[in-house]
Design a protein around this ligand. Structure first.
Ligand code: ADP
Ligand code: MG
Length: 340
């Protein structure tokens, strides 16, 4: 059997099935980070993410932006658990022909982001290879009672997201087709900058996560790395529930809407399947929603939007359009090994 037949997530499920839960493992394979018992009321959170030249990036992209992104992915995973990131390690595979300045810039990107969150680089590994590979491990911690798993959603909960969805996909569109910039009216030029930044320098929602956790009102959480529909599937699968999302409530920024209009694209598909937004998708009891939205806004200035509701498992996962028609949501988003 080929990997393309089971896909990335099928492979992970298959690997996880053969792993016994060892001592001290509160949550192993299957969430944004593992949760490890270190004694006391704090738990250790660990996540690892790899960026590979040719798969995730090309040599032409700014090494500083690459470094920023390589660390942002892991910080976002720790935020998705309700934790605070503290330390990171970097494994670097790199050809000898690459300049020292390239590596300096790459690390500067990571260190710039790290300094925003008080996170320290504490180690790594370096090897020679034909393609550049950057593999970042992030360690974080949380109070045991505050950890938010993908598996905590219950029927009757509402589904919420932080910020806007689709900005990163819109920014990528501009980066891949610079000619698109020429058709953007001058008044929208700053919109284009904001969208490109959303793709190249995402700010992980660590502060928003802390504000959510402090309310004690969330039941499950994940970060949106592979696209909203993919992440909804992960929450529903791990929580054994269904869900209904209202299309008109999915928050799309004015910048993304403006670009979509100019390019004659559908901004909703950027929001649903674009990925790399690094926003948080979470569930909460309806009675806690107002308090959570207020707490996040006050602490961070970020809007939180209710986009749907959690249903019993048998109801499946559906997108409800403005005219009331329902569409089954397939797990879109990015899946390495998916048959094409
Ligand atoms: P995320 O997109 O949040 O980084 P992933 O989809 O990459 O999450 O991973 C989901 C879960 O599967 C995580 O617990 C991760 O540690 C685990 N995982 C992914 N790949 C492997 C692998 N090759 N071996 C063991 N665990 C893996
Ligand atoms: Mg994640």
């Amino acid at each position: 059997m080929r990997l393309s037949e089971i896909g990335e997530f099928g492979l992970i499920r298959r690997l996880a099935k053969n792993v016994a839960r060892g001592p001290g493992v509160i949550e192993g394979i299957g969430d944004d980070a593992c949760v490890l018992d270190i004694g006391g009321d704090q738990v250790l959170l660990v996540t690892i993410d790899m960026l590979v030249e040719g798969t995730h990036f090309s040599r032409g992209i700014s090494p500083r932006r690459l470094g920023w992104k390589a660390l942002a992915v892991g910080l976002s995973d720790i935020a998705a658990m309700g934790g605070m990131p503290g330390y990171f390690l970097v494994s670097l595979a790199i050809p000898q022909s690459v300049s020292v300045e390239y590596v300096d810039e790459l690390y500067q990107g990571m260190l710039d982001l790290a300094s925003r969150f008080g996170v320290s680089l504490v180690g790594g590994d370096t090897v020679r290879s034909d393609a550049i590979v950057i593999d970042v491990t992030v360690l974080g911690q949380a109070s045991r009672a505050d950890v938010l798993l993908r598996s905590g959603a219950r029927p009757g909960d509402l589904m919420l997201v932080t910020g806007h969805l689709g900005d990163s996909a819109a920014g990528l569109e501009l980066l891949l087709k610079p000619a698109a910039l020429d058709v953007i009216p001058a008044r929208d030029a700053s919109c284009a900058d904001a969208l490109i930044r959303a793709h190249t320098e995402p700010i992980p929602r660590v502060a928003e996560s802390q504000a959510i956790v402090r309310t004690g009102g969330a039941t499950a959480m994940i970060d949106i790395s592979d696209g909203l529909t993919s992440e909804i599937h992960h929450i529903c699968e791990r929580s054994s529930v269904g869900a209904r999302i209202w299309a008109e409530r999915v928050p799309v920024s004015v910048e993304a809407r403006a670009l979509a209009r100019t390019l004659d694209k559908d901004p909703l598909s950027w929001a649903l399947d674009g990925g790399e937004d690094y926003e948080l998708l979470f569930t909460a009891r309806p009675g806690m929603v107002e308090e959570i939205c207020k707490a996040v806004k006050e602490a961070t200035g970020t809007d939180v939007t209710v986009i749907g509701e959690v249903l019993p498992l048998g109801e499946g996962i559906a997108l409800i359009h403005e005219d009331g028609t329902a569409e089954r949501i397939d797990a879109g988003g990015f899946n390495h090994f998916k048959a094409t």
